[in-house]
Design a protein around this ligand. Structure first.
Ligand SMILES: *Cc1c(COP(=O)(O)O)cnc(C)c1O
Length: 508
């Protein structure tokens, strides 16, 4: 037996036959339960013979974990980890998600013992440095958004939306505006916008955007009516079609005249950061996704963080606790200190590790660097939009912000769909773009290259997309329906997988 064969626990030792798709040094990774051998002990040791039960009563039964050794467990999880596709392994153009490089300086700073090894219940005098980081971050966010009230607690974008809409609800409550029950939301909104408003007890009134991809003043006026029942409006800007809402200033003035608050979903702030301050175009509340704009890891890479920034008028109502500075001392707001607040969002004060990373990102870029970030994000997206405009149908007139948007229209004529193109990208070793979102665009392909990709990576993506478009034109439909061919798992039946998921292992 060779060493390689000895290492390969997917091989039948007697016949020397590989039992699955394991080839060379590439392992087809079975479940731990499929690796266990009943004749070998793992976590459940055999009971020692002749030793009386010392507790006197209950003996512990088998706990039912698979019987494998520690090296087997370690190898299993290390091999699984190498199967992850991530921003650290390749181009990841998932629209609306901002999958960009996380600079390692952020990680280094987050691991400084004085930040990494502290506990939220430590006395404030022992964590002054950590509170200073949070206070500085509040300051940077206020400066960048032009919105002076900042609450760092929300643990994700959607959580920030909850915080922001709760803030609006609390303001209306304390002002006695019980008749204001309606939240205006364009049909292009990220799904979390209407979901959040509904969760906070508002009725949703939808503003159609279909023709232009933007909210027009006319459509807004129609939805507003006399404005008496309107509590506010939630708009994503740049919106989910990758477009800047050009009429926003005029719309906000009308909304304010009607006594409504303007919520801006700022998840996509990476297209604006350093260029404009949303407070200047009338935004009252905005959440930011630190894990998108300010490069803290997300997806499988770590928790999110979705602070909110609000205008002076809403400052009394934001959730507690804020980080306050008195003289040279930092402290957290105490419970009950600000009675107008809308409540607490979680036990402590947010994802502190993400606060360190985001501040580290801001400090290492500086004001000019952050401006360059948004310029490069927009340039990269428009480069893709312009390069692919003859091969793929663009539903709206550009220029785009940080995302390119196409549809399947040209390919559908040949029987090739958005899903086929996404699977084709996997075949060529690339993570697909966001597909079928925004919902207002049929067969949408939303591509966000981000500013951290260089021209080589983007050109390769463009080449692959052009090749897929040419294959579709040439009628290679069968090939498309079978993509991906070279991935370990081929085309899945996604409907069955979603409708009847197998969530439990059972012995075959
Ligand atoms: C990502 C995103 C959200 C939600 O953020 P999470 O951190 O995933 O909760 C909300 N709105 C828009 C426009 C987004 O792109």
């Amino acid at each position: 037996m060779t060493n390689a064969a000895a290492l390969n626990d997917n091989m039948d030792i007697d016949t020397m036959e590989i039992q699955d798709d394991t080839r060379g040094l590439h392992y087809d990774e079975n479940l731990l339960y499929e690796k266990e051998r009943c004749d070998r002990p793992g976590v459940d040791l055999p009971p020692p013979e002749g030793t009386p039960l010392r507790t006197g009563f209950e003996a512990r039964g088998d706990i039912g974990l698979s019987q494998v050794s520690e090296p087997q467990v370690v190898r299993h999880f290390v091999r699984l980890s190498t199967k992850n596709y991530s921003i650290d392994s390749g181009f990841f153009p998932l629209g609306s998600c901002t999958m960009k490089h996380n600079p390692r300086i952020n990680e280094k700073n987050a691991r400084i013992a004085g930040f990494a090894h502290i506990h939220p219940m430590q006395p404030e005098s022992t964590v002054q440095g950590a509170l200073a980081v949070m206070h500085d971050l509040q300051g940077w966010l206020a400066e960048l958004t032009g919105l002076p009230g900042v609450c760092l607690t929300p643990a994700a974008g959607a959580h920030g939306e909850l915080a922001g809409v709760m803030t609006i609800a609390r303001a209306h409550e304390l002002q006695g505006n019980t008749h204001k029950k309606v939240m205006l939301v364009p049909d292009s909104a990220h799904g979390t916008n209407p979901a959040t408003a509904a969760m906070c007890g508002f009725d949703i009134r939808v503003i159609p955007t279909k023709e232009t991809g933007r909210v027009t003043v006319e459509a807004f006026k129609e939805a507003l009516g006399d404005g008496n029942d309107v509590a506010g409006m939630m708009v994503t800007n740049p919106n989910t079609c990758g477009l800047f809402e050009t009429d926003i200033a005029e719309i906000v003035d009308l909304l304010h005249d009607a006594g409504g608050y303007f919520y801006c979903d700022g998840a996509n702030f990476n297209a604006l950061v350093g260029k404009i301050r949303p407070g200047d175009f009338g935004v009252d509340v905005m959440h930011l996704n630190l894990h998108k704009t300010f490069s803290t890891p997300h997806g499988g890479g770590g928790p999110g963080s979705g602070p909110i920034c609000v205008a002076e008028s809403l400052r009394p109502y934001i959730p507690s606790p804020l980080v306050l500075k008195e003289g040279d001392t930092y402290r957290l707001e105490r419970d009950g200190e600000r009675e107008t607040q809308c409540g607490r969002l979680k036990g402590f004060q947010g994802q502190f590790g993400m606060h360190v990373r985001a501040l580290s990102y801001m400090l290492s870029h500086g004001a000019d660097g952050l401006k360059q970030v948004s310029e490069d994000a927009v340039l990269n997206a428009n480069y893709i939009q312009a390069s692919l405009k003859d091969d793929f149908h663009a539903p709206f007139e550009g220029p785009m912000m940080h995302e390119a948007l196409f549809t399947e229209k040209y390919q559908k004529e040949h029987g090739v769909t958005t899903l086929d193109i996404a699977k084709g990208l996997i075949e060529y070793g690339m993570h697909p773009m966001t597909v079928y979102f925004p919902l207002v665009v049929n067969g949408a392909m939303l591509i966000e290259p981000t500013e951290t990709e260089g021209k080589d990576a983007i050109d390769r993506f463009i080449d692959v997309m052009k090749k897929l478009a040419a294959d579709a034109r040439n009628g290679d439909v069968e090939k498309f329906h079978n993509y991906p061919q070279s991935a370990p798992t081929k085309r899945l039946d996604e409907v069955t997988a979603a409708r009847q998921p197998k969530l439990r292992w059972s012995e075959a």
